[in-house]
Ligand binder design. Structure first.
Ligand SMILES: *Cc1c(COP(=O)(O)O)cnc(C)c1O
Length: 369
């Protein structure tokens, strides 16, 4: 067995397994569909903390950029031999401008102070840094809301010696839960046309959002001028559109990632706590359903590793996650046909947020199969 990056025993748990073959096939399915819609892809690896093994799959599949939100992940990927140009998709911090200029081919930007600092740093290093300006379209995270400010920023970038205005971008579905409708996507094209009128040339890249906008590619309603997408979840995990967005994706295999955890104890116990109830370990008042005496198991993994127990999906029938503290997960196994005992391994499929935590966790081994 090959547990990458960890010097651990073969029977070390908890463990995340990744089937890179599934990631490769899913990525290729998505890339084909993007390509026929005239869309090039920035492959986003922040959902797995920039694991180089995953970045390599996206690079080999032909992503124009490998993208993430944090500088330490770029450094780790370069050291591991990822050669694709890098796109920084969290608008930069003033304090990391030198690293952005050193490491990234392009960054998303939404603040004049940052543009000035990037220009100064690029000039000092005799470099040209590519900029995608973010237009706020209502999800209310990053981006210029005022279109005159957007145009001012575009004019500045256009004439700055150290910067190249590569294009415009928008983000959606992250904070404001705003849906990527055809009209919403068109707002990016409208903003681009304002900017193009102001600078007197056509922009090369219109970068329209993330996985949540991919349904517009599938139903052929993505505005034609949008020619770039920054895709992470749909390439690396492939669950969200089907599970959460009511968008069937039969061409994706949702089982690339699994979590394995070890059983610590098995007992039959009451399901409602006994005594006067205060708050749980996290200061929350909880509601417990009394289901009588049921068999349950305790696992050696907890919120410290994955944060959200509801993001774990047991692969075995008759197993249900009923709660967790920092280091323990409690599962109901009354209806499980396997006779679980201490030392046994229980397996889960994993959603986005849990994987985000699990792949950044020194306590969790990662095995590629
Ligand atoms: C996270 C992120 C993406 C990718 O999101 P997925 O849902 O993983 O496809 C794209 N753009 C920006 C700005 C992001 O922050």
């Amino acid at each position: 067995m090959n547990i990458v990056g960890k010097d651990v025993r073969d029977n070390y748990y908890p463990r995340v397994t990744c089937d890179l073959g599934i990631v490769r096939r899913n990525t290729s399915e998505v890339m084909q569909r993007a390509e026929s819609a005239g869309i090039e892809v920035a492959g986003v690896v922040k959902c797995v903390n920039g694991l180089p093994e995953v970045a390599k799959v996206l690079q080999d599949a032909g992503c124009r950029w490998i993208a993430t939100s944090r500088m330490d992940q770029f450094i780790k990927m370069r050291e591991a031999g990822i050669t694709a140009p890098f796109m920084l998709i969290r608008v930069p911090m003033l304090s990391e401008v030198p690293e952005v200029i050193d490491l990234c081919d392009v960054s998303l930007n939404s603040d004049m102070l940052l543009l000035e600092a990037l220009d100064a740093e690029a000039c000092a290093k005799n470099k040209t840094h590519n900029v995608i300006l973010m237009a706020e379209v209502g999800d209310l995270r990053e981006g210029f809301w005022d279109r005159d400010e957007l145009i001012d920023a575009a004019r500045f970038t256009e004439t700055a010696r150290g910067l190249h205005l590569l294009g415009l971008g928008m983000n959606i579905g992250c904070y404001g839960s705003v849906a990527a409708t055809k009209d919403k996507m068109q707002e990016l094209v409208d903003a681009a046309e304002l900017v193009e009128a102001a600078i007197g040339r056509r922009l090369e890249v219109l970068s329209g959002a993330d996985t949540t906008a991919f349904p517009r590619v599938l139903d052929h309603t993505m505005p034609e001028r949008i020619n770039n997408m920054r895709l992470g979840e749909i390439l690396v995990i492939g669950r969200d559109l089907q599970d959460l967005y009511d968008c069937p994706t039969p061409f994706l295999d949702r089982t690339a990632w699994h979590l394995q955890a070890e059983v610590l104890e098995v007992h039959r116990k009451p399901t409602h706590p006994i005594g006067e109830l205060c708050t749980d370990a996290f200061g929350h008042k909880q509601v417990y359903t009394d289901r009588g005496i049921r068999k349950r198991a305790l696992l050696g993994i907890g919120r410290l590793d994955y944060a959200f127990p509801e993001e774990l999906i047991p692969t075995e029938p008759g197993i249900e996650v009923i709660g967790a503290s920092s280091d323990h997960t409690i599962i109901d196994i009354e209806d499980c046909s396997r006779e679980l005992k201490a030392g046994d391994i229980v397996e889960f499929e994993i959603r986005y947020t849990a994987l985000l935590y699990l792949t950044d966790d020194s306590n969790v081994a990662i095995e590629y199969i």
